[in-house]
Design a protein around this ligand. Structure first.
Ligand SMILES: *C/C=C(C)/C=C/C=C(C)/C=C/C1=C(C)CCCC1(C)C
Length: 241
């Protein structure tokens, strides 16, 4: 007898690491959001916005992860579109975090605008290379990398770095940790891109590394979104105490 009913929840193969990391990603992002939101009351007013933004970042990611998990389970295909929609919302919010903590040292809106524009360039060019013109993935990836390094420059050596030094103390320490997240944590993304777009490119050997683009992106998201949020959270704790 044929089963006329499609199962509501697909089985998961125990070696489906993409499906597994999407599933864990949903739970981690959801738990982190609850943690950040429920902690809000304990902080001085001035720091609540920063922790609220941390929660928004993981919450937006949680919603996208539920979509992406289902998309993967149904199609066994990278949910590239939802991935980039998530990033285009959450990465500018991470730029907002830099701006908010540097406001004590007089950060101007122009710093925020500059960082958001750079992050949007980084992501739009990345999307073009990954989804629209995969044949020219190397070129689009290069443009994206230029914008990425401009962000790294701004926070490590540029105007944002100067403001952090002026702020000093806990703000400087938190800024430094966020800088490391951007330099080391974010570098996982271009690695994922090289693995995922390697087909027919000069870097085609990246396809043989035994790595998976979605697994790399999922690990990077968990580290960067939740880690970033926790840095802001502990800064708010210190500043409130
Ligand atoms: C929460 C999501 C985050 C922090 C996403 C960050 C994404 C990147 C830093 C992506 C960077 C890319 C390059 C530097 C070159 C290749 C294309 C991208 C978009 C993967």
């Amino acid at each position: 007898m044929t089963n006329l009913f499609l199962p509501l929840v697909a089985k998961m193969d125990p070696t489906d690491y993409v499906g597994f990391t999407f599933f864990v990603g949903c739970m981690a992002m959801m738990a982190a959001s609850a943690f950040f939101f429920l902690s809000l009351n304990q902080f001085d007013k001035k720091w609540r916005t920063s922790v609220l933004v941390s929660g928004l970042i993981t919450f937006i990611a949680a919603v996208h992860y539920f979509y992406m998990r289902d998309y993967w389970a149904s199609n066994m295909e990278s949910p590239t579109f939802f991935r980039y929609v998530d990033w285009i919302l959450t990465v500018p919010l991470m730029c907002v975090e830099f701006y908010l903590i540097l406001k004590v040292a007089g950060a101007k809106k122009s710093l925020l605008t500059k960082m958001i524009v750079l992050s949007v360039i980084m992501l739009v060019t990345g999307y073009l290379g990954e989804a629209v013109y995969p044949g020219s993935a190397a070129l689009w990836g290069f443009f994206s990398a230029v914008a990425y390094f401009a962000i790294v420059y701004e926070i490590w050596l540029g105007g944002a770095a100067k403001l952090a030094k002026e702020a000093g103390g806990d703000v400087l320490a938190a800024h430094k940790i966020l800088c490391w997240f951007v330099l080391v944590g974010w570098i996982i993304y271009p690695l994922g891109y090289l693995v995922g777009t390697a087909d027919g490119q000069w870097y085609s050997s990246f396809a043989n590394l035994g790595l998976d683009m979605d697994v790399l992106y999922n690990i990077a998201d968990a580290i960067n979104k939740i880690g970033f949020g926790l840095v802001i959270y502990s800064l708010a704790v210190k500043k409130t105490a």
